[in-house]
Design a protein around this ligand. Structure first.
Ligand code: SF4
Length: 115
């Protein structure tokens, strides 16, 4: 075996060893990017439209006089579609909030029972 062949084989083996590491690091980056994206799109009760609809990210904090059904929350609302888990909590899209994520345990005064 010539020195050039030996170097080529060494580079090939090094590439084989680094390939899985590169894939792993690529996945980690995409997981964090997805989480960051959800965090940026989480609806806040202080945003204009959610505020007007009295949105809260915990249904237990909803005004009792407005929350007629004690079981009502985003997760059983007709406007809600489950999308992901963010920081250990289920989040989803609300049709009313244009691409924003609401917490499954959230609530607003437009709640209507999922059929
Ligand atoms: Fe939650 Fe339904 Fe209100 Fe949207 S409309 S914030 S899903 S209760």
């Amino acid at each position: 075996m010539t020195p050039e062949q030996s170097t080529g084989r060494r580079e090939f083996v090094k590439g084989l060893l680094l390939f899985p590491l590169a894939i792993l690091l690529g996945r980690q980056k995409s997981v964090f990017a997805a989480g960051d994206d959800i965090g940026k799109k989480l609806v806040k009760g202080t945003d204009p439209m959610p505020s007007a609809l009295k949105y809260v990210d915990d249904a237990k904090k909803a005004p009792a006089a407005m929350r007629k059904d004690a079981q009502s929350s985003c997760q059983n609302c007709a406007q809600y579609t489950k999308k992901a888990t963010y920081k250990g909590q289920e989040v989803g899209m609300c049709n009313l909030f244009n691409g924003g994520y609401v917490k499954a345990n959230g609530w607003c005064m437009s709640w209507s029972k999922k059929g």
